[in-house]
Design a protein around this ligand. Structure first.
Ligand SMILES: Nc1ncnc2c1ncn2[C@@H]1O[C@H](COP(=O)(O)OP(=O)(O)OP(=O)(O)O)[C@@H](O)[C@H]1O
Length: 516
């Protein structure tokens, strides 16, 4: 089936959404057809999530209507009606319970197979096996705990849950940034699965910031900018550069595309390290030696499960070190905890922003949370100091909307990420540990975020430990790269050795470059 020979699965007609006086979606008209992968793109805050939330029945539109297979929906859309009509969602938060089995996760959402008043476990297992087979997970035992699965398998389980009972030609599957948290190697697996679903006649709506994926797979692409539909055509009608220009609105295009990489700071081997680890072990991390020097961006990369994120938690103290030593400016640390780390000038931005920001607090409160001491004057909070910090951070990171009194939860995902980072940058720390800092952030904003960090690296010798699986980003911004495999540092790359090819080869152990 091609994207042109069928009637729309979903039609969005004149859809607008206002929050108070802000019109965040403005008269959007779109069609999503069976047997087609339709990419929905746009910069942070352009309205993608709002559109998806209207389609999911989470918000009520200000004006407009939605038709599914020709039938107009009563709005706000009723989730059960949508499910029965074949409109299914895989949200960024997959909504899986890691401590439960795959079968239980599927049954929790879709109901248990019953015989009389009891659960029929044999049928339950058979149903789960059929669900998993629909996404190519034929070999997986449904009794496996979801927490034991890798990220791509978890995403596929969420897709299996969404796909149950879809009729060919009648299904619409909305995938909201499904690859944002996947290591590059697993992205292809997910894309192939999407293509197979398309070939079965399903309409896929694919929300993403990753243009390479869009060009690898999409049939059609639509771009939202400031809530308006500014492009809607077949993928062949555009290219990488053109699309970047449309997304960013032209003005920022030259910034976002082809930005020359910042000069790598030369690492003086003799310089005394600010932070050093010797033989550090955790649950999975084994025997890590590492030196982080003043004014250095040291990236630690590797596939998911390589131990990268655990290393961040061990240094910050949110997970206990089981063996080894940590020294800060030459002094051994005998006790490590998040509170002590902050007092010592070590900050940590975790992967999951929910861990370090409060959606029901304003931007100003979130920005000043970690630095309350700085804003105390005579035992009271000084609102003028709070105001200055907030205004600086909002301007430096180009947070939109630039309103300090907005609740964080009302900002788009990418803008929330900027606030989380801004909060730590305001502390004038000595060492900053960043775990996937640009997750869910658009091309232009990624540059803004990293430049704000690099400015502090250059100005006051902030040392950055960048824990990231995005090898393009690592190759571009790191001064030195450590590649982890199976909990250990496997390879160090410096200077001209830092290329995406060499980082990828070291991550997959294609060739042991450390001995090359
Ligand atoms: N509940 C809300 N109340 C007020 N404003 C909101 C609310 N939800 C979203 N907005 C605003 O709507 C605009 C569009 O946000 P939306 O989350 O749809 O963007 P997005 O394109 O999904 O961005 P991102 O790529 O960063 O996730 C933003 O300006 C955001 O601040």
């Amino acid at each position: 089936m091609t994207s042109n020979d069928s009637s729309p699965g979903v039609e969005i007609i004149g859809l607008s959404k206002e929050f108070g006086v802000n019109r965040v979606l403005d008269d959007v008209n779109l069609e999503f057809r069976p047997g087609s992968i339709h990419a929905l793109l746009g910069a942070n805050g352009s309205g993608k999530s709002t559109l998806i939330k209207l389609l999911a029945g989470y918000h009520t539109p200000t004006t407009g209507s939605i038709r599914v297979h020709g039938e107009e929906l009563a709005l706000p859309a009723d989730p059960t009606v949508l499910h029965d009509a074949g409109v299914r969602f895989v949200h960024q938060d997959l909504g899986l319970i890691e401590s439960m089995s795959i079968a239980d996760n599927l049954a929790l959402a879709l109901g248990y197979e019953k015989r009389a008043a009891t659960i029929d476990w044999r049928r339950q297992r058979a149903t789960s096996i059929t669900d998993l087979a629909a996404v190519g997970l034929d070999d997986l035992d449904p009794r496996t705990l979801v927490g034991a699965l890798g990220p791509v398998q978890q995403t596929l389980v969420a897709m299996a849950r969404a796909l149950r009972g879809l009729q060919p030609g009648k299904g619409v599957l909305v995938l909201d940034e499904p690859t944002a948290r996947l290591p590059n190697a697993q992205v292809d697996e997910l894309l192939s699965r999407c293509r197979l679903l398309r070939d079965q006649g399903i309409a896929l709506i694919y929300v993403s910031h990753r243009l390479d994926e869009v060009f690898a797979m999409a049939d059609r692409v639509s771009v939202l900018r400031d809530g308006r539909l500014v492009f809607d055509d077949v993928i062949a009608a555009t290219d990488d550069q053109h699309l970047t220009q449309i997304i960013t609105g032209g003005a920022a295009a030259s910034d976002a595309a082809d930005i020359p990489a910042p000069a790598r700071r030369a690492v003086e081997p003799g310089t005394a390290p600010k932070l050093s680890l010797r033989g550090v072990c955790g649950t999975f991390v084994q025997d890590v030696d590492l030196d982080l020097r003043p004014g250095e961006v040291l990236a630690v990369t590797g596939l998911v499960g390589s131990g990268r994120s655990e290393l961040g938690r061990l240094i910050f103290g949110s997970q206990a070190i089981t063996a080894g030593q940590v020294r800060l400016r030459g002094r051994q640390l005998h006790r490590i905890s998040p509170k002590l780390s902050i007092e010592r000038g070590i900050g940590y931005v975790p992967q999951d922003r929910k861990q370090s920001a409060i959606p029901s607090f304003t931007l100003a409160d979130n920005l000043c949370l970690a630095s309350l001491d700085k804003h105390m004057s005579g035992g009271r909070l000084s609102s003028s100091s709070e105001r200055t910090v907030t205004a600086n951070a909002i301007e430096r990171l180009d947070v939109r909307p630039a309103d300090p009194e907005r609740l964080l939860g009302e900002l788009s995902g990418g803008n929330q990420q900027k606030i989380v980072l801004g909060k730590w940058l305001e502390l004038d720390l000595d060492v900053l540990i960043l775990d996937e800092p640009t997750y869910g952030v658009d091309v232009g904003a990624r540059k803004t975020i990293l430049e704000a960090v690099l400015e502090q690296v250059a100005r006051r010798e902030l040392s950055v430990l960048l824990l990231d699986s995005d090898i393009d980003l690592v190759a571009r911004y790191a001064d030195r790269v450590l590649v982890m495999r199976r909990g250990r540092i496997a390879t160090e790359l410096v200077g001209a050795e830092i290329t995406t090819e060499r980082i990828a080869a070291a991550s997959y152990a294609v060739q042991d470059l450390s001995t090359a």
